[in-house]
Design a binder for this molecule. Structure first.
Ligand code: AGP
Length: 586
């Protein structure tokens, strides 16, 4: 889960590379580094932590060949030695890597004559290439021979001072694309850092090697057979770039949800009908991770209640252990904001080997998951930079509701209903933004927070708990409200906050009874819904909507609760510890 960037072309200033790298920080921010070809030698700089305090010399350096890396540590401690780029002993060869080399230990043993400086798997690739160069191969052949023995996921950028007119890119499982600009050719983990330089992209496929010079590129497979890769024009998403007036991307992305919902609803009815025809005689399995998994739980509820299709939901990291036992008429429905989550991509690959059809719902255009699918629905919710997913979640729920309704022949009416929710979502945010801030200040000193809900409110509780734990680091857990008495109630003692998701729906009174159970054992009860109740010690009021649309109104205040609690605890909600926005390793 790292971010890599590269460039070859007219000499540009170092700050262009570090600026592009900064936009990839949401992929990992444990350490960073850049390497430039200046004259006949390689100049490089590495540091632990976020991309800040860049030395003037690095910002001002002018170079026509450069690579950069921002790290989410997989192998090796977080320190400068393990930071990329890795550079050969003679400062002649350098490389950055995103992914995991699964057979690095065996390979390292075969390179016992080499001196390794770091604990990383990535450095093994540098020495492999160096070994092949020493046998008289040129850089392209050395890279081809080296990557052919690698197992695992790797996107690589490599250059050598001995062949200053070449940048080599390699893609396998981890994402990598080229950006064709008038300055030269960029390479990056995704479009975000390049969209200010170009709208022309080349999406590399697994087992691609790209030989790039300053104004052209050629793609090969790992055996150096030529392959064709098209240049695609992709409109950049300028609306969502930058934090605008907000302190953090996460806050901006929470607040823009009502507006984003309208874009998300710009969908082609034809695709929805085609997907219905694929689903109606299939055994449907949703697969996803994290927030997308929680969104899939709503998909199950919507389809079961509206369309008579009864999908199952499987965590994508567990799917590979179940794929062999699924029925022959299975259809896999993958949800992923990034479209690059390794667990999802690996599951889809295994599902395709079984001959199953793939439908996906993704946000990032032409992402690996989109390209691997038979049909794709795009969220159209703009770039989501905050590691904690917010606007993508509400867009996923809205589009799952629309798709389930479409399968019941109610596309138009559902679209009308969803377009009206825009105002209610806005009210839900505006009504509560101050009281939520007040409540979150109380939360900064709590150790545990529990969320409970019944029926549709249980997956909502799961998502609210995930938001709070992943950015505030407070232990937060969700339970079906009715399950408290089967064990979790033992966790409740005086003052422990229990957040009760209780809109006035068909399960309201049962949920209130569970809240009373918790309160009678000392819990501090926070209710969120459209109707107050004496059991609530604190009440978050939301506007009323139809039962199936309550999740869209309930989640924004709970996202804000997580955000403000994290800020009061002086965390960085955009870049929580140990996490990254895109999980490109299993
Ligand atoms: C959500 O807030 C988390 N950042 C994480 O669980 C995320 O939802 C998960 O990694 C899946 O990401 P995806 O939607 O890009 O596949």
């Amino acid at each position: 889960m790292c971010g890599i960037v590269g460039f070859i072309g007219e000499p540009i200033k170092g700050k262009i590379i570090t600026g592009a790298l900064k936009k990839l920080e949401y992929r990992g921010y444990d350490s960073w580094g850049v390497a430039f070809l200046s004259g006949k030698k390689i100049t490089f700089f590495k540091a632990v932590g976020e991309i800040n305090g860049i030395p003037k010399k690095i910002q001002e350096i002018k170079s026509g060949l450069a690579i950069g890396h921002t790290r989410w540590a997989t192998h090796g401690k977080i320190n400068e030695v393990n930071a990329h780029p890795h550079v050969s002993a003679g400062n002649k060869l350098t490389l950055v890597h995103n992914g995991i080399i699964e057979n690095f230990s065996e390979l390292k043993k075969e390179l016992c004559s080499h001196n390794f400086c770091s604990e990383t798997d990535s450095e093994v690739v540098l020495h492999l290439i160096e070994e092949n160069l020493s046998k008289g191969m040129d850089l392209l052949h050395s890279v081809s021979k080296s990557v052919s023995v690698l197992k695992g996921s790797f996107s690589l950028l490599v250059f050598s001072s001995d062949e200053p007119d070449k940048l080599i890119a390699v893609k396998n499982e981890s994402p990598l694309l080229l950006g064709i600009s008038d300055k030269g050719i960029f390479a990056a983990s995704d479009q975000i850092p390049l969209s200010s330089f170009t709208d022309k992209f080349v999406f590399l496929e697994d087992k691609d090697i790209a030989l790039i010079s300053k104004n052209k590129f050629q793609c090969f497979d790992f055996d150096l057979n030529k392959v064709e890769r098209k240049i695609l024009k992709v409109k950049s998403d300028v609306t969502s770039s930058g934090k605008l007036k907000y302190s953090h991307f996460m806050l901006k992305e929470i607040m823009e949800q009502p507006f984003v919902l309208r874009n998300a609803l710009e969908q082609e009815k034809k695709i929805f009908n085609e997907i219905f025809l694929m689903m109606k005689n299939s055994s449907v399995f949703f697969i996803a991770n994290g927030t997308s998994f929680n969104a899939s739980l709503f998909g199950k509820e919507f389809f079961s209640r509206i369309s008579g299709i009864f999908p199952q939901v499987i965590d994508a990291s567990e799917f590979p252990y179940q794929v062999d036992f699924l029925p022959k008429n299975s259809l896999i429905f993958a949800l992923s904001q990034s479209g690059e989550t390794a667990d999802v991509l690996d599951s889809v690959k295994k599902a395709k080997k079984k001959g199953f059809k793939i439908v996906s719902m993704v946000n990032v255009f032409n992402s690996s998951l989109a390209r691997a699918s038979d049909k794709v629905i795009y969220l159209n919710c703009g770039e989501e930079i905050g590691v904690a997913s917010t606007k993508a979640f509400t867009s996923q729920i809205a589009l799952l509701y629309l798709l389930a309704s479409s399968c019941a022949g109610k596309f138009d009416s559902a679209l009308t209903e969803l377009k009206k929710v825009f105002l209610k979502m806005q009210q839900s945010i505006e009504l509560n933004k101050n009281s939520i801030k007040f409540l979150s200040e109380k939360f900064k000193s709590v150790k545990d927070v529990y969320f409970i809900g019944r029926s549709l409110n249980y997956p909502l509780a799961l998502e609210a708990a995930l938001k709070l734990k992943e950015i505030s680091y407070i232990h937060a857990e969700a339970f079906p409200a009715g399950s408290l008495k089967h064990g979790p109630l033992a966790l409740i003692s005086d003052g422990v906050p229990v957040i009760v998701v209780a809109p006035k729906d068909s399960v309201f009174s049962d949920t209130i009874n569970n809240a009373i159970e918790a309160k009678s054992r000392g819990a501090f009860i926070v209710g969120i819904g459209d109707e107050e109740n004496p059991v609530f010690d604190f009440f978050i009021k939301i506007p009323k909507v139809k039962e199936l649309l309550f999740p869209l109104i309930l989640i924004p205040p709970l996202q804000l609760l997580a955000f403000h609690t994290a800020v009061f605890l002086e965390r960085n909600p955009d870049k929580p510890r140990n996490l990254a926005k895109v999980c490109t390793v299993k």
